[in-house]
Design a protein around this ligand. Structure first.
Ligand code: NAD
Length: 350
């Protein structure tokens, strides 16, 4: 058996906390990667793992990712992540959520939770009855809060415009062809913002009826989900799944840049080099999609209202240009450059 600290994803985590509550059936892991910049913030994932050991690896990987994301977003927050182990039926009870909230509270604010896959906005409200170290709650008067999706979409929109500027030398999205994969909370918001800016859109979604109705509303074109990554466009914007950029899909891309909101877009780190080798500009996922964490960070730290969130989200293009400048100077791909910058910000070196 491999010791946790010998796992490749351990990366000197400050703490890995395991909680069990026999009565409610809770088994949870809270991984705190770094509190160098502030409380470790990151969502809670409720997920069934056929091998429970995979839950620890997931928590470690996601928690380190949050350290990088929060640092690059300019937030005074560190990185952490929680995983609640679900049974194969996905049974989640009020008692389990309450026991989890007590676990979060026991860390005294070193870890701040938020919504992630398998957890709902109502779960966050339930958690807030037990601990104050939770965000993603309905907005109080003159404070940020609520669904982070629109802030993520805004940040991705500004990031796509930065990619248009960098790769095509254009100041606006007018007439630029953008292919969007997934038109849910983030991709749908992005599509509306781009359409208002005059972009030409091609959309694909697993929910074909939804894609057709949004396309009708925005004057966009729809293609099948297995075609969207090979559409001849100027920008490809992944806003659905992770790990979609691999050797095969990258060789089929017919765009000048990839800029979208999905998490963990590169299947393996070498895919960043593959994009670079093809001369395709890449906007590192955790930098361009930071609008949501900015929303919840400003809420938790009480840094202001919706306008304060928007002002911080407006910094995303500058961060991307900084990465692209450094990438051009060093020859390293933008994903690698972003990781290096984030590591320096939190005082880590790999
Ligand atoms: P969502 O569930 O609202 O939307 C996802 C959309 O993708 C759905 O419409 C779904 O039908 C579609 N989809 C699923 N599989 C597809 C496929 N194979 N091809 C095409 N479409 C497919 O989710 P969301 O909140 O919009 O998040 C989208 C991505 O952005 C995820 O990777 C998420 O982790 C990431 N993200 C979201 C936020 C946020 O604030 N919501 C923040 C950061 C990152």
């Amino acid at each position: 058996m491999t010791a946790v600290w010998n796992l490749p994803d351990f990366d000197d985590h400050e703490g890995i906390h395991i909680f069990r509550d026999r009565e409610s059936g809770l088994t949870a892991i809270i991984a705190v990667h770094s509190t160098a910049l502030g409380p470790a913030a990151g969502g809670t994932r409720f997920w069934h793992y056929s091998d429970p050991a995979a839950a620890i690896i997931d928590a470690l990987r996601l928690s380190r990712g949050m350290s990088y994301k929060n640092a690059m977003a300019g937030l005074p927050m560190g990185g952490g992540k929680a995983v609640i182990l679900s049974d194969s039926q996905g049974n989640k009870s009020d008692a389990m959520v309450e026991a989890f909230a007590k676990s979060v509270d026991s860390l005294g604010g070193r870890y701040v939770t938020a919504q992630d896959v398998g957890m709902s906005a109502d779960d966050m409200i339930a958690i807030s009855k037990v601990t104050r170290h939770v965000c993603g709650l309905p907005a109080a008067a003159d404070q940020a809060g609520g669904d982070p999706g629109p802030s993520t979409a805004l940040g991705v929109f500004l990031g796509v415009k930065a990619a248009i500027k960098r790769a095509l030398g254009k100041d606006s999205a007018k007439g630029v062809h953008v292919a969007i994969q997934g038109i849910g909370s983030v991709g749908g918001g992005l599509a509306r913002l781009l359409a208002a800016d005059g972009a030409r859109l091609t959309l694909a979604d697993r929910n074909g009826a939804h894609a057709t109705s949004l396309a009708l509303e925005l004057g966009a074109h729809v293609v099948a989900t297995d075609e969207i990554m090979s559409v001849a466009a100027e920008i490809f914007s992944p806003c659905a799944l992770g790990a979609i950029l691999d050797e095969t899909s990258i060789s089929a891309l017919k765009v000048a840049a990839v800029a979208g909101g999905a998490n963990n877009q590169l299947a393996v780190p070498a895919d960043g080099d593959r994009l670079n080798a093809r001369g395709i500009l890449y906007a590192p996922d955790y930098v361009i999609n930071a609008g949501g964490i900015i929303n919840v960070g400003v809420e938790y730290l009480k840094l202001g209202d919706r306008k304060s969130v928007e002002a911080r989200v407006a910094g995303i293009p500058d961060r991307l240009h900084q990465i692209w400048d450094e990438s051009a100077a060093s020859g390293d791909n933008p994903a690698k450059v972003a990781d290096r910058m984030a590591q320096a910000m939190i005082g880590r070196r790999n």
